[in-house]
Ligand binder design. Structure first.
Ligand code: Z5A
Ligand code: MG
Length: 216
């Protein structure tokens, strides 16, 4: 029995521009998996509760000239993910599906949107846990902007979000495992598509090893 392969959980990542509905859909998904008796946890990046998270949060909420360079804040966002690897991996090995609200793709897209080289941006996250599925919430910026309007955080500006969307598009073209979801629809309709896809992926990867080779 000790040699029996244990079922592992799936690593499901949600990406998309500001207000595309990631947090809404990830919360609903956890509830729906639980009603299917599938154990899951929900994590988000940046995780503002850790030491690096506190620095990131103060960077995002300040509108004055940043003290951290674009490179330095990029590395902090990446460090914020690296410090979670063990917890995420333990959960997956335990059979728990891990749902993640933003991941390294946001890391690359938001920094590359400032004009930094996309390949340089990918460097620090190289070797992170590989998602089994990336759900990309596709939405025009004008539509996202009508959802309560943008808040006051550093990146919440239409022109910048357009650049971010362009960078996500480049990442999508490099990675055929992305599932693009039309996010400009009613919440429940989107969730129905997501649940179907996620259940399939959980079933498909349960006996596969966990990947530790993001971007390879
Ligand atoms: N960032 C980075 O630079 N580098 C990194 O490595 C990472 C992140 C990981 C904070 O992220 C910033 O960090 C972010 C990227 C950068 N900057 N920006 N922009 P965050 O994840 O903490 O951002 P957030 O403020 O939590 O939320 P969000 O991602 O912008 O929104 P969302 O989660 O996609 O959307 P939501 O909260 O689910 O929904 C937004 C509103 O729309 C809300 O009022 C909903 O009720 C409504 N909504 C949701 N779905 C629908 C539908 N289908 N129809 C109509 N209305 C809807
Ligand atoms: Mg969110």
């Amino acid at each position: 029995l000790a040699n029996m392969p244990r079922r592992r959980g799936a690593l499901i990542v949600f990406e998309g521009v500001d207000r595309s509905g990631k947090s809404t859909q990830t919360a609903l998904l956890t509830q729906n998996l639980s009603s299917h008796q599938i154990p899951s946890i929900l994590r988000r990046f940046p995780d503002r509760t850790s030491t690096t998270g506190a620095l990131i949060s103060s960077y995002l909420s300040s509108t004055s000239e940043p003290e951290l360079s674009d490179e330095a804040i990029h590395l902090l966002f990446s460090a914020n993910r690296w410090e979670a690897v063990k917890e995420l991996e333990d959960a997956l090995l335990n059979g728990t599906t891990v749902i993640v609200d933003r991941y390294a793709y946001s890391g690359v897209a938001y920094t590359a949107a400032k004009g930094l080289d996309l390949n340089w941006c990918k460097g620090p996250d190289k070797g992170l846990l590989t998602p089994d599925l990336v759900i990309y919430m596709e939405i025009p910026i004008e539509v996202a902007a009508t959802r309560g309007g943008f808040g006051g955080e550093r990146y919440e500006k239409i022109e910048f979000q357009e650049k971010v969307r362009g960078c996500f598009k480049q990442l999508k073209e490099q990675d055929p495992t992305w599932r693009v979801i039309d996010a400009d629809r009613p919440v429940e309709e989107i969730q129905k598509d997501i649940v179907g896809t996620v259940l399939e992926v959980i079933e498909r990867v349960k006996e596969m090893p966990i990947g530790h080779d993001l971007w390879s």
